[in-house]
Design a protein around this ligand. Structure first.
Ligand SMILES: [Zn+2]
Length: 163
């Protein structure tokens, strides 16, 4: 199987060298960053250390590098999942907007960063959010409070129960 290999979400063939496949393989509902899994899409919180409470990732469950390689089910499900996930984030953290960014550099497996943009927090504005990300990753700024992330996860899972 190449990068677009796999046989669908439930029979997906993980790429053992892929960080996103490894994270997905280790997810079990309840005590980890998993929020929701639906068809070809999976919504999770950024692992610890997370730059912000509510920094989410919308993953393709299949090891697929980008939107140009989506199959029909992934393409059809993407819009509804993106809309619901963004609305959930706004509702739960009270942010004004949600950034949606996919680079695909850390892993060639489509994972869309959904980032809360708070009007009062200038360090979440535009590309400054990348500086914040690097500062937290390097340890020069503290990550989001794990207890606040856990509380977010609880509320997010409750909201998603009806999806
Ligand atoms: Zn992968």
């Amino acid at each position: 199987m190449g990068l677009s290999g796999g046989s669908g979400p439930d029979g997906a063939v993980p790429d053992l060298g892929c960080a996103v496949c490894q994270i997905q393989a280790a997810l079990h509902t309840g005590d980890d960053p998993l929020i929701h899994r639906s068809g070809p899409w999976l919504l999770r919180h950024h692992p610890h250390p997370s730059p912000l409470v509510g920094w989410l990732l919308l993953d393709a469950r299949r090891h697929v590098p980008g939107p140009d390689a989506f199959d029909d089910a992934e393409a059809a499900g993407f819009g509804p999942m993106l809309r619901r996930s963004s609305a959930l984030l706004k509702q739960l953290v009270g942010c004004e907007r949600v950034y949606a960014i996919a680079f695909g550099e850390g892993a060639r497996h489509f994972h869309l960063h959904l980032i809360p943009r708070h009007g009062a927090a200038s360090d979440t504005e535009s590309w400054r959010v990348a500086d914040l990300y690097r500062a937290v990753a390097s340890g020069s700024r503290p990550p989001a409070d794990p207890a606040a992330v856990a509380s977010f996860l609880c509320r997010a899972r409750a909201c998603c129960a009806s999806w």
